[in-house]
Design a protein around this ligand. Structure first.
Ligand code: IPD
Length: 311
């Protein structure tokens, strides 16, 4: 039995002791930098709280907002990454809004790359609603390998690196493994920034389907990164969103959920792991059984994201 377990670990690319530590050590510098940057970002974000300056918004498009804090935090994080890893590519939400590296659906670069959302949950930040997260992901070969999500208002630091597990404030976390169907699922479902009639109708129909199927609880937080962190820590069972804002919303959270024992699938295709692509995307994350049921009840989303990002 012991031999079988060892063999399985080796086949899965994980060993005991030294080899497992080697996997974690591989991304330690990136993990440490991401945590340091996230804590510094948190200080800046908190410094705006209650000053009224958090309400100075510019509109990116429709109801999608950006604040002075978003841009300031992104610049600070980008600066720290450039100092430590001058050759790495950095994809930050606010800079990409001005000069995108890729169009809707384009694949991510395979180079060493960082994907940063300075404030995920900008609308929440503006309203002083505390689901606000700094999200920093690190990728190699187009796949997220390190993920750090920090909520400066609850002082919650979620961290994971490939092969090393996921942690909340230093304690290992796991997904909600009790939920196996929609009936025992606490589902968090954001309905992003689109306000087109067919998008709104489809999103509302989907919620009705879940409720009619006996969903235990329905929530919407306004922060994709916070949702993925909550899935990783088992505080919610599943996160579904058709139309999240961009790869920076999900990059770090993908590592967290997978390291906590869950799956992160593209909600448009069956059993397909979410790929990092530019533009809007579609995600369902949680324990495998509950994700399967949530997707089965929802049916395939039909609203398509256009190449220009709008319609
Ligand atoms: C948004 C949040 C929200 C999601 C949107 C995202 P932002 O990111 O993650 O939860 O529903 O799709 O764009 O604009 O707050 O960084």
């Amino acid at each position: 039995m012991l031999l079988f377990a060892r063999l399985t670990q080796i086949l899965n690319g994980r060993g005991w002791g030294e080899s497992n530590m080697a996997t974690s050590a591989a991304y330690q510098p990136q993990l440490e930098l991401a945590k340091d940057a996230a804590l510094k970002a948190g200080e800046i974000i908190r410094s705006y709280h209650g000053t009224g300056r958090e309400k100075h918004v510019a509109v990116k498009s429709g109801v999608d907002l950006v604040t002075e804090a978003d841009t300031r935090v992104e610049k600070m994080i980008t600066g720290l990454i450039k100092d430590a890893f001058p050759n790495d590519l950095i994809i930050g939400e606010e800079e990409q809004a001005g000069s995108p590296n890729g169009g809707q659906g384009d694949p991510f670069p395979k180079d060493r790359c960082w994907c940063v959302d300075p404030i995920d949950g900008t609308t929440n930040f503006v309203h002083n609603y505390p689901f606000v997260a700094v999200s920093i992901g690190y990728l190699e070969g187009g796949k997220p390998r390190v993920g750090v999500i920090y909520n400066p208002f609850t002082d919650s630091m979620y961290e994971a690196s490939e092969g090393s597990g996921a942690f909340l404030n230093g304690k290992q976390i796991k997904i909600d493994s009790d939920a196996s169907s929609i009936k025992d699922c606490l589902l968090v479902n954001n309905i992003g920034h689109y306000r087109y009639e067919d998008f709104v109708e489809e999103s509302a129909e989907r919620v009705k389907k879940w409720l009619k199927a006996g969903l235990r609880g329905y929530r919407a937080s306004g922060s994709a990164a916070q949702n993925l962190a909550h899935v990783a820590s088992g505080q919610v069972s599943c996160y579904y969103e058709h139309g999240y804002g961009g790869p920076w919303d999900v990059c770090a959270g993908m590592v967290l959920v997978k390291e906590a024992g869950g799956v992160v699938w593209d909600a448009r295709c069956n059993e397909t792991e979410l790929e990092m692509r530019f533009g809007k995307g579609s995600v369902c994350a949680g324990g495998r059984a509950v994700v399967e049921d949530v997707l089965k009840v929802a049916g395939k989303p039909t609203f398509a994201f256009s190449v220009s990002g709008g319609k």
